[in-house]
Design a protein around this ligand. Structure first.
Ligand code: 2AM
Length: 167
């Protein structure tokens, strides 16, 4: 199974991201994740034979207290367009801690620096030029971290909840 750990975009953050997606849609074409699929990836694990070690690693975050996540600005990796996440030492410390717990349990977590982002559009082609998008800062309280399985069903990505840990 193909797994990743994530924080789901909720409340005002989700609403703001959906508005940014609508603007992108107006200005170009691409594939736009559905609102309930918008998320911040904390660790991408790739193909693993079992979700048990990842669940155990997620459990180390249980009871550590809620976080604040602030989305702000739009960036891109090639034709993947995303909302940025404001740097936050507490968020970063928890994520690096989770990544260490995952590695300790034998999982190969991406070694490259973690660039926190929430993907808004993939394979995006603007109609003219490069759109300048405004995404004002918007925050949410993060109360849980989830482990998701990424599947493809009829050519579309589908995420299945494998585990959730309350912060
Ligand atoms: P993306 O949104 O930037 O594409 C499920 O596919 C999640 O895991 C997505 O958030 C995706 O990031 C991320 N992901 C997929 N492949 C990855 C990889 N090789 N390294 C890091 N993250 C990856």
């Amino acid at each position: 199974m193909r797994l990743f750990a994530a924080i789901a975009a909720e409340g005002a953050v989700r609403e703001t991201l959906v508005r940014a997606q609508a603007e992108l849609r107006r200005l170009g074409r691409g594939s736009f994740p559905r609102p309930e699929m918008l998320h911040l990836t904390l660790a991408f694990l790739g193909e693993v034979p079992s979700d048990a070690p990842a669940r155990a690693a997620l459990e180390t975050l249980r009871g550590t207290g809620p976080l604040v996540l602030t989305a702000e600005g739009v960036g891109r990796f090639g034709d993947t367009w995303w909302a940025g996440i404001r740097p936050d030492p507490e968020l970063e410390a928890r994520v690096l801690g989770l990544q260490a717990e995952l590695r300790r349990r034998g999982m190969a977590v991406e070694e490259r620096a973690w660039v926190p982002h929430i993907t808004l559009a993939r394979h995006y082609r603007p109609k003219t030029g490069l759109p300048e998008l405004c995404l004002p800062p918007v925050s949410m309280e993060v109360r849980q971290v989830v482990l998701l399985e990424s599947l493809r069903q009829e050519g579309r990505a589908v995420y299945v909840l494998r585990h959730a840990a309350e912060l």
